[in-house]
Design a protein around this ligand. Sequence first.
Ligand code: MG
Ligand code: ZN
Length: 225
Amino acid sequence: MSAAAPHMVVVNQRLLGRNEQQATANRMLFRDHGVLVVNLLSSPGSGKTALLERTLAYLAHRLPAAVIVGDLSTDNDARRLQRTGVETVQVTTGSVCHLDAAMIAEAVGRLNLSRVQILFVENVGNLVCPASYDLGESLRVVLLSVTEGEDKPLKYPKAFKTADLVVITKIDLAQATGFDRATTLANVRAIAPQATILELSARTGEGMAGWYDLLDRRLAGVIGP
Ligand code: MG
Ligand code: ZN
C-alpha cells in the first residue's frame, strides 16, 4: 500500500460525511414540497435518457415534472429531454464522474419546487461512485440493459445493493443479443433482494405500464392521503 492511501481514505470519508448532511437537507426540502425524487443510475448507454424521454412524454399532461441531467460534458441529453416540454436543468460535472447532493441543491435552486411533483435525476453514466452519493432522493433506480453482461450486479454490487428498483431495459433487443434472462434475474435477486425488478423497452413501450404504476404508487406515498 502506498503511503498516501490512508490519507485518501480519510478525505473521502470527510467528503461523504458532508454529502450525507446535504442529502438530508435535500430530502427535507423535497418532503416539505411533496416532491418525489427519482435518481437514475447506470452505465453509459443503458437507456436512462430514452426511458426519461418516454416517461416525460407520458407524464406531460398528467402532473408537473422536472429533470436534472448530469453529464461530464455536452448538454445533448438535456436538450433531448427539453423537447418533451419538461423543465430541464443541466449539470455539467467536468471531470467529476457522479452527481453529489450539493450539485442537486444548486440545480434545484433553479427550479420552482412548489410547481414540481416528480423530479427525475439522470445521474452521470457510471455504476461506481454515483452509488456512494445519496442525493436525498426518494427512489433509487438502477438500469441494466440486455446488451450488458448478466454479471453486472456482481461486478458493481454497491449500486445494486442500494437500489430500490432495478429496471432491465431494451428488452426488445433481448433475442438479438442472446440475453440470458434467467441468470441476470438470479444475479440481481442475489445482490439486491430488496429491489423491485421491472423489465421494459422504452422504444416499443413494452413493460412501461408497470413503471408508471410504480411511480403512481410512490407519488401517492409522498403526497399522502
Ligand atoms: Mg443519457
Ligand atoms: Zn465519481
